[in-house]
Write a protein that binds this ligand. Structure first.
Ligand code: NDP
Length: 484
């Protein structure tokens, strides 16, 4: 049994209340460890440790902070296989995916911000001959960081790295469904020599430990990634306390294929966009729109390709499609597949629990990759975030119509457009209500670019300089320059 602990003030500690939660392996449905069921007292300890560490960390030369963070990145790389296995076991995702994407990206997050902080410059404005304004950006103290279960270490470090690089200290909470890599990160930070209290990790339930972080008066800013409803609840608490807020929320992303696109590439990548990580990525293209001239061919080939996806034990290197994260989430996804039938949809493939799974994972939370057609653009299955291996395909006749379809949901996180017509690509990208538009690609990420959504997909942007801006406050020093 793996017994995880909190990481507070540089130590691995049990929760004060002594309560624990079961950690379940989604591929088997069996308990394989326990995690702290932390509460407000544990969060208070973590915030106190972060406050105590802040003066030393914020005044440490950027080059020294950078060196410590680069050491963390090195150890993540060195322990990549162990981390990938832990993440696969915790989350149900294929180990090959965790090894190729999640863990290298966690190291890259540390490396990116550790080096970015060495290259920031401050601004100055001269006010005629009367004054010089120097605008410094300063860290603010303790940051509260809350992340979801779908890309556990990837998204956790996407918040931790810029917060620490900017000179803040942090109290961070991973999802209680996927705590293992966060626990290993604590070990890695100790090994790297990160000063005690700079990063504190509190495990537990969102409504208890997460809410306590948001409510704590000494936590100055909250960076949250998760569901839209949770984001709204956090905003209700944080806004009257005047906390800085960054909210990265849900998505229902359109993936638009015009008839002139490179169909082979559009098919290959659209399959990945629909089903990577069992469709549990906020950026997944879950609404496919295909121009009518190629619709029938596309649907036929897409369904055939979907049937080829290898479903199996996530710990098996050959597996492409693993388990969903929990029984509750599996039931939610299956509920939407049932709803699609009621809403008049045609099930083209999937929709079932896969047959012939290996014995070890016979009790796991699996759902086949599922393709649905003939659904109205306004129906619930096409409007609500499902966050599972379910994609709908809808034909369209022209640019204006597909832009209206794409923009008809309350979300606006990401979109893809497939066409060889550069003018059309520009026009459509301009008119899509979306934080990111990919043209002839999907999930091609440059860590320097701003990342985030519009509408109910959130407020604020992460990534690159935007993140360093979020984790610092501008201070203007105006120096008068009187004439002699
Ligand atoms: P949740 O909103 O349920 O949870 C996210 C995190 O918030 C978890 O750590 C959770 O803890 C915690 N939490 C829950 N309630 C509270 C609360 N009242 N106060 C403070 N913290 C709380 O999201 P999921 O974990 O289910 O993640 C899936 C969602 O995340 C999807 O909607 C997806 O679109 C979105 N997402 C958005 C991304 C983006 O960049 N825009 C990227 C990835 C995912 P606990 O797990 O214990 O409940």
């Amino acid at each position: 049994m793996m017994r995880l602990q909190n990481y507070i003030g540089g130590e691995l500690v049990a929760p004060r209340g002594g309560r624990t939660l079961d950690n379940i392996e989604p591929a088997t449905g069996e308990v394989y460890g326990s995690i702290p069921d932390s509460d407000a007292a544990d969060v208070a300890d973590a915030v106190a440790a972060a406050k105590a560490a802040y003066p030393g960390w914020s005044r440490m030369p950027a080059s020294e902070r950078s060196a410590l963070m680069l050491r963390v990145a090195e150890i993540i790389d060195a322990r990549c296989d162990e981390l990938a296995r832990a993440e696969s076991k915790d989350n149900g995702k294929p180990v090959a995916l965790a090894r190729a994407v999640d863990i290298p990206r966690a190291a890259a997050n540390f490396r990116f911000f550790a080096t970015a902080i060495l290259h920031v410059s401050s601004e100055s404005h001269s006010t005629d001959t009367r004054a010089i304004n120097i605008t410094m950006r300063q860290p603010f103290g303790v940051a509260g960081l809350i992340s979801p279960w779908n890309l556990p270490l990837y998204l956790f470090t996407w918040k931790i790295a810029p917060a620490l690089a900017a000179g803040n200290t942090a109290v961070a909470k991973p999802s209680e469904l996927t705590p293992a890599t966060a626990f290993l990160l604590a070990e890695i930070c100790r090994e790297a020599g990160l000063p005690p209290g700079v990063l504190n990790i509190v495990h537990g339930l969102g409504a208890k430990a997460g809410a306590a972080i948001v409510e704590h008066p000494d936590v100055t800013a909250i960076s949250f990634t998760g569901g839209t409803q949770t984001g709204a609840a956090i905003a209700r608490t944080a806004a009257p306390m005047f906390k800085k807020l960054s909210l990265e929320l849900g998505g229902k992303n359109p993936n638009i294929v015009f008839a002139d696109a490179d169909l082979d590439e559009a098919l290959r990548t659209s399959k990945r966009a629909a089903f990577s990580n069992q469709g549990q990525i906020c950026l997944c293209g879950s609404r496919l729109f295909v121009e009518r001239a190629v619709y029938d061919e596309f649907v036929e080939r897409f369904v055939a390709a979907t049937r080829q996806i290898v479903i199996g034990d996530p710990q098996d290197e050959r597996t492409e499609h693993g388990a969903l994260v929990s029984a509750a989430h599996r039931d939610k996804v299956c509920g939407y597949i049932d709803l699609a039938r009621q809403e008049g949809g045609t099930l083209r493939c999937g929709g079932q629990r896969p047959k012939g799974l290996p014995e070890r994972v016979a009790g796991g939370y699996f759902v086949e990759p599922t393709v649905l057609t003939d659904l109205d653009v306004q129906c619930r299955v096409n409007q609500e975030e499902i966050f599972g291996p379910v994609v709908t395909i809808t034909p369209f006749d022209d640019e204006r119509q597909v832009i209206a379809h794409a923009n008809s949901v309350p979300y606006g996180l990401a979109a893809s457009v497939w066409t060889r017509d550069i003018s059309r690509a520009h026009r459509v990208a301009r008119d899509l209500q979306s934080g990111t538009v990919w043209v002839n690609c999907w999930m091609l990420r440059d860590l320097r670019v701003p990342f985030g959504g519009v509408k109910q997909s959130g407020v604020g942007r992460e990534g690159g300089l935007e993140a360093l801006r979020f984790f610092t406050e501008p201070k203007n020093v105006c120096i008068a320059t009187p004439e002699l």
